[in-house]
Design a protein around this ligand. Structure first.
Ligand SMILES: [Zn+2]
Length: 274
């Protein structure tokens, strides 16, 4: 079977070695994982998730009375934090997820990318997505890259208006660097072709599938009064989802993805006593 996330990781390795704008990226800081996404459903092809954002400033939720507009209750103070993912002793800084089979069935035809690649082969749309996600990695490795406007201020939108052209320029830089076709050939096939050729498509996922490491809320240890507090305002404990906040390589598993579903693969003999 073809391990799709492994192929993507190797491709990214080759891309950052050949595209100067992305040469600051060490792929050992990045973990690629697979999510499910049907080819006939709307949704992202891939997403870049940053794990290095610092905790937020403390905050709270509050509720107002509809008629008097007065605050009637609020939550405890909380902060939002990034989960910690480590492989061996090394913390992972970014996760990049790919939706399967949707990503591998992506084509240039009639997509908004078409104008950026006139006459190009359809699989270039997938290479565009891979480079797009790498370009979201901030050169300081402290968040999602901020896009500078012409006047030196930063855009609130992480894509800015030149983002897509810049990605297309990097796609051309990569292709013109004459990479070994072994690095990207798997992008040429759609999902069914890969299944037929390799007998199945697998990828790394988290044990918590379909969930994966995401920012979480944590009550602040020392709760102080806030300006909203007055007589009759009740403070409610936060309802915190029971999700792991630390992950290691033991929380990763291999899943097989099919057109409609996915299942965890258990290695033969994995439960046999030695
Ligand atoms: Zn994006």
């Amino acid at each position: 079977m073809i391990n799709y996330t492994e192929r993507l990781t190797l491709l990214m390795q080759d891309i950052v070695a050949r595209v100067p704008t992305l040469s600051f990226i060490d792929i050992a800081d990045v973990l690629v994982f697979a999510r499910s996404g049907r080819s006939d459903a709307e949704g992202a092809f891939a997403t870049c998730h940053c794990l290095t954002l610092p905790p937020s400033e403390p905050g709270y939720y509050f509720w107002r009375d509809r008629t008097t507009q007065r605050i009637t209750r609020r939550s405890e103070w909380f902060v939002t934090k990034s989960p910690v993912v480590t492989l061996g002793s090394r913390p992972v800084k970014y996760l990049i997820s790919f939706a399967l089979p949707r990503f591998s069935d992506q084509s240039l035809d009639k997509s908004r990318k078409e104008r950026l690649y006139p006459g190009a082969e359809p699989w270039i749309a997938k290479l565009d997505t891979v480079i797009h996600e790498l370009y979201h990695i901030d050169p300081e490795l402290t968040g999602i890259r901020r896009i500078e406007r012409g006047d030196g201020t930063y855009s609130a939108n992480c894509h800015g208006h030149r983002f897509f052209e810049q990605v297309a320029e990097m796609v051309h830089t990569y292709v013109h660097s004459r990479p070994n076709p072994d690095a990207y050939d798997f992008l040429r096939q759609d999902f069914s072709t890969l299944e037929n050729r390799y007998g199945g498509v697998v990828g790394t996922s988290f044990r918590t599938f379909p969930s994966f490491p995401q920012r979480y809320v944590e009550p602040v240890a020392v709760q102080v009064p806030c300006e909203a507090d007055s007589e009759g305002v009740s403070v409610e404990p936060l309802r915190v989802a029971q999700m792991p906040t630390r992950y290691t390589e033991n929380d990763l598993h291999i899943r097989q993805f099919t057109k409609k579903t996915s299942r965890r693969l258990v290695r033969k003999g994995a439960f046999r006593a030695a």
